[in-house]
Design a protein around this ligand. Sequence first.
Ligand SMILES: [Zn+2]
Length: 468
Amino acid sequence: MNPLLKGVYDISPVTFQNWLLTGYSAILDRERYGGKFGAFRKFMAEAQWHSRDELKELQNEKLRLIIKHAYETVPYYRRLFEALKLSPDDIKTQGDLHKLPLLTREDIKRNFRDLISTKFNPKKLKYGHTSGTTGSPLEIGYDPTVVYATYAALDRQYEWAGCQLAKNGDRIAVLRGNVIVPLNQKKPPFWRYNRMHNQLLLSSFHLSPQNLPFYLEEVKKYQPTVFDGYPSTLYVFAKFLKNKGEKNPLKAVISSSETLYDFQRETIEESFQCRVFDYYALAERTVFATECDRHEGHHLCMEYGISEILDEKNEPLPAGKTGRLVGTSLHNYGMPLIRYVTNDMTALRNHACSCGRGLELMDDVTTKAEDTLTLKDGRLISPSVLTHPFKPMNSVEESQIIQKEHDRVLIKIVPRKDYTEADTEHLIREMKVRLGNEVGVDIEMVERLERTGSGKFRWVISEVPLGI
Ligand SMILES: [Zn+2]
């Protein structure tokens, strides 16, 4: 939502907010499900049954097209190819990709403008933000086509889960990061409706032992057939049901954006009496991976991008070996990202899925191993929702959130050169929007952030015991 619309939304009565959300969804609908969406959906419905070799060849064809496009119209890549004395003919298949260097977040930040194709008007591109696993924000430009491809992949995930993501499809309860209910609101409704998409939008910021009974009452009334959320928020709700000795049967639960741990999956599946379908996606739109009903791993959407798993020397790893996930978009002609390095770790699986699809299988991805914050009033705040304030902040190199007391959080910032006092103000304001005014937010500038003994980085560390 743009700031003006958000301003109107915030001061509107609940019924008008519901109306605004539904109207806003109608706009999003065109961007996501208009244009080439239908063609992508059809293409992906067919391609999933292709053999592995056919899918690899399909990827190679698309790779050659985007490489040529990048060379001819993207200044960053033209320079790179010339410096390496390469021509597009040198990159014919995935096996040739190693000739090009990896593309890091830092490369994108430094060369943002030069990564945009001259064929596109930068003002007409869409821009997305990601906070990444270290709370280090990044902006990405993309053309409308990749949005259609992304929603086609998501739509297929819903279909694999036996559900329908459409106007007249399933009734979906959503537990994600949008601030849809003011924080100072202490009484229900802690939810809003998006009638365009058949969605009950539940606030992720009011989840507390006191408020959860109201959520449950509303869920029983609304009777969703699907829950869609972050593993941490879904787990809070599922655990609440479990503690009450209740179950709320659904067709499926869809989770994403965080590592889904086995204990979370078990509790969620038990409380909702259905399977969890977890998908992995990136705001950078280079990798999309979804679970089929066999749950033998995440199927890489090979029609969407090319994935590589690399070791610490950037050499490709065989199936079964865990390494860094690197992705190349096959559809983002506005800002081609070739060999983009994620901070996520995974491995390809040795075996093909028993479902018969040719799409490669990948292990669960280890992304953020973060803690959920527990606040004084009992509210439980998912780490994923805390990424949102950081997304537009290009002046932050890295960040970390530490909670030692119920009503206080410390944010450590590794600033970039252009970091100013206004950034601190933005951060405190946006954190209070999500945590509440009564929670103190301290900001500390540091030169670097601590890694744990195993070298893993934890973005959110809470020393306050979880209140459920
Ligand atoms: Zn499968």
